[in-house]
Design a protein around this ligand. Structure first.
Ligand code: V07
Length: 255
């Protein structure tokens, strides 16, 4: 078992049975594509929604572990703009998960000094989902620990398009000059402006695509893939991703 920890508080290193993490080089922002919930369920002869429910519990475990390791921000891809194409009952079930998640875990998140955020297009999200999320954002707004940023009704090309449209509007109005448009300026028009760019992207379930997720922000991000289905993902899988991150040769100005 990889999740038996020793000396977490005593030294700068955290040891599991197989590897040691350097707590001074934990990625500050990790983004996660939580894929494989439907396949996890099918493998067990369960309905897809059972996979989503199980996946929700894993979010909590990963938040807990990330917080212990000193991660500053976690961006979790909860619902994409493409996910509306799924069968209506499945979409309705998924949209009730934020409320369920918060009912079960909000007290614990508050306790752990976590700040809840969302990024995505609010239009289209059911009102009961927004109500739960707004309440969580409000009740955690003064927390200054880990930022738990859910991508909800999010699509990166949409994000870039609406950011560029807004920027163009402000150029037309003379609020900003086209010559002053830098990468930093464009970044500030993205929905992730609060959390910045991830240092590590994790995608579960064996797919090796970005699927319209944080295309602008992932320019320099280390990408880590695993065949593990999201509901089977554990705290030690997170450790392994961070361990691999710490053992990759970081090249500057290279490829
Ligand atoms: C969702 C569970 C995880 C696997 C991926 C798809 C299904 C937690 C949330 C959530 C969102 C906002 C919030 C609190 C919790 C969530 C959706 C789907 C839409 F403030 N899990 N989870 N939201 N899944």
């Amino acid at each position: 078992m990889l999740n038996k920890l020793t000396n977490l508080t005593k030294t700068k290193k955290v040891t599991t049975e197989n590897f040691e993490l350097d707590l001074s080089r934990v990625p500050s922002h990790i983004a996660v594509i939580m894929d494989g919930n439907g396949r996890w369920a099918r493998k067990r002869g369960l309905p897809r929604i059972a996979g989503h429910r199980e996946g929700m519990k894993v979010v909590r475990k990963v938040v807990k572990r990330a917080n212990e390791l000193g991660v500053k921000a976690l961006t979790m891809y909860a619902f994409s703009t493409e996910n509306w194409k799924r069968p209506k009952p499945e979409v309705e079930f998924i949209m009730k998960l934020p409320e369920q998640f918060l009912m079960a875990y909000l007290p614990e998140l508050i306790e752990e000094n976590v700040r809840v955020r969302i990024m995505g297009e609010k239009e289209g999200i059911p009102s009961y989902t927004l109500k739960a999320v707004n309440e969580a954002m409000d009740r955690t707004k003064d927390n200054d620990g880990l930022i738990l940023n859910f991508a909800l009704n999010y699509g990166s090309r949409y994000e870039i398009t609406s950011g560029v449209r807004q920027l163009a509007k402000e150029i037309e109005q003379g609020k900003i000059k086209s010559d002053d448009v830098t990468e930093e300026v464009i970044g500030s028009y993205m929905m992730s402006k609060e959390v910045g760019d991830p240092e590590l992207l994790i995608r579960t379930s064996g797919e090796m695509r970005l699927s319209n997720f944080m295309l602008w922000q992932l320019a320099y991000t280390e990408l880590w893939f695993t065949d593990v289905y999201w509901p089977d993902f554990s705290a030690s899988d997170l450790d392994k991703a961070i361990y691999d991150f710490q053992n990759r040769g970081r090249r500057f100005g290279g490829v």
